[in-house]
Design a protein around this ligand. Structure first.
Ligand code: SRM
Ligand code: SF4
Length: 584
């Protein structure tokens, strides 16, 4: 197989060697996880375990004290479940809840890609945790690593037969793009080693998998809940007269960047064209293998599909995909996205059942004093016969609720006060944050832990301005990797240093336009002061139906200017550069 991307002059990155030597992701993991004499794994294994859905981390709150005391870091692991379209049964919920209590932090964390994360898993607990998940047919294969990650799809398939079909297509592509290696089963589930006979093959990925992570999302307009333009590969459902005709295919979205490195950037996907439904996997295969063969394996900061397309051009990419798949794209069909927000509260499905959309700030499911979210949801799972659906905005849908179950669930929600959660401000219902401190090793600033206070500060201004109900998207991350998709938020904060954030404004609420840098480094306090007059102007001066991001783009952010914050007077463009004296 040719991996043409590595120019002869540049060496491959170390991860490529680790993958090649791993014998399809086996490496030394079995022995290292069986070794109780250390809390960690080797540097090579740290990279390999990602393909098994886990990251080695340490409790960053304890780092300084432990160092002072001459002790090692407080190591543990994060484990991410693979859950296409965010669908979990009540039985699975109960098992995950119990495993989190017994073998992890004990919270469960709903992610921005519709799945669960465990944190604080000690090395010796990893195998029982994975085995516990396996009993209810859950796994963490390809939840992380240089492969096709958890496939996103709109929730609530009971709402219409089309949503169910889209879910089935998303699940089908997720299954198709799974690595074929039995490494996971051997290491965690004690399956017999593959020995003798034909050597194991990875027909689609090859021995070195992809140059980098790869993400797929399916969207059903008018909702862009999955932020389809941020995905490496997107399928936008085209529906006519209630029938799913096929999909517009998008490629090359991605959000991660590094502060101050202009060679890295968030990018919205390009649309290649329309395909019939039966070609989903064929096109997925061609897109993925093109990236496999042409993605940059010499620089992990330049290895995502978005850079392959930015460098080689979308027309080249489209021709390559058509050649490999044998499918010719038809012209893209027109699509309109109006929202990214999850439906909250009770809604009736086409099949007569109900679903309840529950807002969960930052997706953290844990029992706190006066706020026993984990207990409440466990009680619901104990009686609920339908499913749970995790949303791309870290929220939860209790799905397929019968008429008989509905009042019981209502009573549980009311008993624990969760019914009030959906009555929160439009800003809070649209707020996302990444995990960041204390578990994320890459965090430069707080995110999840700082969000409640930040939201409360904005809420008092919004209330004063009469904008309590208005849906405004606010997203915060602890670093520029973009895990809460902050570059698609109307107000985006991106961590730079403790209590310092880059502030971005002006994305389209429907996820079709990126925001722009307004201040490269600002505290939350100053940002709120800065935005107060902007919010008040928005309340008074907006056009009918105009969203906050569009107002900022029209009124606050003239074209091609990067804004800087000076004092609390508002946003001003940087001073024009002084004319230099003519050379004599
Ligand atoms: Fe992410 C790395 C958490 C969605 C872009 N992400 C990480 C790690 C694993 C940190 C690390 O590498 O050591 C974080 C673990 C933190 C922790 O303690 O749990 C982490 N990412 C998350 C989650 C849990 C955020 C959340 O609060 O929900 C999301 C898990 C999704 C899932 O279930 O699979 C999560 N990450 C995203 C998204 C959003 C999305 O995919 O829709 C992005 C931006 C989209 C994109 O990929 O372009 C994202 N995460 C990154 C990047 C930057 C990738 C890049 O191309 O530059 C990294 C760092 C890296 O890969 O080197 C990263
Ligand atoms: Fe960690 Fe940065 Fe992702 Fe937040 S955005 S979870 S700080 S990698």
């Amino acid at each position: 197989m040719s991996h043409e991307a590595a120019p002869a002059s540049k060496p491959l990155v170390a991860n490529e060697g680790i993958k090649t030597a791993s014998r399809h992701l086996r490496g030394n993991l079995k022995a290292e996880f069986a070794d109780a004499s250390t809390a960690t794994v080797s540097a090579d294994s740290e990279q390999l375990i990602k393909f098994h859905g886990t990251y080695q981390q340490d409790d960053r709150d304890q780092r300084v004290a432990l160092k002072k005391a001459g002790k090692d870091k407080a190591y543990s692991f994060m484990l991410r479940v693979r859950l296409p379209g965010g669908k979990a049964t009540s039985q699975q919920w109960l098992v995950l809840d119990q495993l989190a209590t017994e073998l992890a932090s004990p919270s469960l964390r709903l992610t921005t890609r519709q799945t669960f994360q465990f944190h604080g898993v000690l090395k010796g607990n990893m195998k029982p945790l994975i085995q516990g998940m396996h009993k209810v047919l859950l796994d963490s294969i390809a939840a992380c690593g240089d492969v096709n990650r958890n496939v996103m799809a709109p929730v609530n398939p009971e709402q219409s037969p089309v949503l169910e079909q889209v879910y089935q297509d998303a699940k089908g592509w997720s299954d198709y793009a799974l690595p074929k290696t039995r490494a996971y089963h051997e290491i965690w589930l004690d399956e017999e080693l593959v020995a003798g006979g034909e050597p194991e093959r990875e027909p689609m990925y090859g021995d070195t998998y992809l140059p980098r992570k790869f993400k797929t999302g399916f969207a059903v307009p008018p909702s862009n809940d999955v932020d389809v333009y941020s995905q490496d590969l997107g399928y936008i459902a085209i529906i006519e007269d209630g029938k799913l005709l096929g999909y517009n295919v998008t490629v090359g979205g991605g959000l991660g960047m590094s502060h101050g490195n202009e060679e890295t950037f968030p990018r919205l996907a390009d649309t290649l064209g329309f395909i019939a439904r039966e070609n989903v996997n064929k096109i997925g295969h061609a897109v993925l293998t093109t990236q496999r063969d042409f993605g940059d394996r010499t620089n992990r900061r330049h290895a995502r599909l978005k850079y392959t397309i930015a460098d080689k051009g979308v027309e080249w990419f489209k021709a390559e995909v058509e050649k490999r798949s044998g499918v010719t794209f038809a012209p893209a069909r027109p699509v309109t996205f109006t929202t990214i927000q999850d439906p909250h509260g009770w809604h009736k499905n086409a099949d007569g059942t109900w679903f309840y959309g529950l807002h969960i700030l930052s997706g953290r499911i844990v029992d706190r004093a006066g706020w026993p979210m984990k207990t409440a949801l466990r009680e619901i799972a104990q009686m609920h016969r339908g499913d749970f659906r995790l949303t791309p905005s870290q929220n939860l849908t209790i799905s397929g609720v019968s008429e008989k179950e509905k009042p019981v669930i209502e009573a549980i929600l009311a008993r624990y006060g969760l019914d009030k959660e959906n009555e929160r401000s439009g800003l809070r219902l649209n707020a996302l944050s990444c995990v960041a401190l204390p578990t994320c090793g890459l965090a430069l600033a707080e995110s999840e832990r700082a969000l409640p206070d930040l939201v409360a500060r904005f809420e008092s201004i919004l209330d004063e301005a009469g904008l309590h109900e208005d849906a405004i998207s606010l997203r915060v991350t602890g670093c520029p990797n973009g895990c809460a998709r902050p570059y698609l938020a109307e107000i985006g904060f991106v961590g730079k240093a403790p209590n310092k954030y880059a502030l971005y404004l002006g994305a389209a609420y429907n996820g079709t336009r990126l925001n722009r840098l307004v201040s490269p480094s600002i505290t939350f306090e100053d940002a709120v002061k800065l935005l107060e007059p902007v919010i008040k102007r928005y309340a008074k001066e907006r056009l009918p139906g105009e969203k906050f991001g569009d107002f900022c783009e029209r009124e606050i952010l003239p074209k091609d200017a990067t804004f800087h914050f000076v004092g609390h007077g508002g946003l001003v463009p940087p001073p024009a550069p002084k004319a230099s004296a003519p050379a004599s």
